[in-house]
Design a protein. Structure first.
Length: 367
């Protein structure tokens, strides 16, 4: 079976979607002949077990992007063409081009059609994109891939395409080392893109409300973000009297990233919306308890006793922080072990690759 993906970027700075492709390629490439079409980047992720093809980034008719794409598509002749992301013209256009050429098409929005995402810059960016290409790219596809039941429900409400299957994102659990000790380091970690949807304002406000309980703690904020917005958050921390407790360290990769996860007492992702939240799975795999919100699909943190999935906002975060602070070292260790077990059972790359392969077989066999 041959599978061809389109993904706008596999650069380290591309965030969760680039990471998803890197994580699934190794094991999926053992189950099928895997190809990826993308664009040249400055700091590209290494994709194992697949062939990477490059096309120009521009999509206008007078460029040769479409010609090169169709040449690659026809040469590979995949059983399924799988495109990723929304709001970038080529993600939708490649779906339309592949469908018109007679190929089966799967589309992965990766949470970019969630209500929060659509509302943001709706009239200036999203509405024109919907009219020009986005809705058609989704509607012509043979199947829409959602990463969580919550995303599937939102896509069904949107109504552009009702053929939807759920396959989660994954981590390469065999490559991730669990922490050796749960002795407190008094460090709490946020690691993700620094963006208004991530809820960092709630984090700063919550810490400000109970700063006496956090005496001696450091909050490590790791990730890329607009410099102006980072400055806005730093000023917010200053106004809340907690600026000395927050360290904005920028993007972190590789062994340094994993060391941050293992060294933290707690991982926090107070987002408005996440289609999966790969950083939650990574933190759990390292044995670090997690606080996140119902804006993510991680309600099972509560039932699996490996963290807190809370309502969105400052009040709920304060309550969860107080519960965390009351936990003993033994309780945090047990939560860490539970989290690792959850990821091993449900979100390993080998398990998820098998689910992708089944999805592809189902679509390719349709008439």
């Amino acid at each position: 079976m041959k599978i061809l993906h389109y993904i706008p970027s596999i650069d380290e700075s591309s965030g969760g979607v680039g990471a998803y492709m890197q994580l699934i390629a190794r094991d999926l490439g053992n189950l099928c002949e895997l190809h990826v079409i993308t664009h040249k980047g400055n700091n590209e992720r290494v994709l194992e077990n697949c062939v990477v093809h490059y096309i120009p980034y521009k999509w206008k008719p007078w460029d040769n992007c479409k010609i090169i794409f169709l040449e690659i598509l026809n040469e590979i002749s995949p059983d399924v063409f799988h495109t990723n992301c929304c709001w970038m013209p080529l993600s939708a256009l490649t779906a339309m081009w592949a469908k018109k050429a007679g190929f089966k098409v799967i589309y992965s929005p990766h949470g970019m059609l969630e209500p929060y995402a659509i509302k943001r810059h709706y009239w200036t960016k999203k509405f024109p994109a919907i009219l020009l290409f986005q809705k058609k790219g989704i509607s012509v596809s043979d199947l829409i891939h959602a990463t969580a039941e919550q995303e599937k429900e939102n896509l069904l409400r949107l109504g552009w395409n009702r053929k939807i299957s759920v396959v989660s994102n994954c981590v390469q659990i065999d490559e991730i080392q669990i922490k050796e000790s749960w002795k407190s380091t008094k460090k709490i970690l946020f690691l993700s893109r620094i963006h208004p949807k991530k809820g960092l304002n709630f984090l700063i406000e919550a810490v400000g409300e109970i700063r006496e309980r956090f005496k001696g703690y450091s909050f490590i904020i790791a990730g890329e973000g607009d410099k102006g917005y980072v400055k806005e958050l730093q000023n917010m921390a200053l106004r809340n009297g907690v600026s000395e407790m927050f360290e904005f360290i920028g993007p972190v990769y590789g062994t340094d990233k994993w060391a941050l996860y293992r060294h933290a007492d707690l991982f926090v992702l107070p987002s408005w919306s996440e289609n999966f939240g790969i950083v939650v799975a990574e933190a759990l795999a390292c044995g670090t308890p997690v606080i996140t919100t119902v804006g993510t699909p991680w309600l099972e943190l509560n039932s699996s006793h490996c963290g807190w999935c809370i309502n969105i906002g400052t009040r709920a975060l304060v309550k969860a922080f107080l519960q965390f602070l009351d936990c003993s070292e033994y309780e945090l260790k047990q939560m860490g072990i539970n989290g690792r077990e959850l990821v091993c059972q449900k979100y390993s790359s080998k398990t998820i690759a098998g689910q992708f392969a089944d999805m592809y077989k189902g679509v390719s066999s349709r008439h």
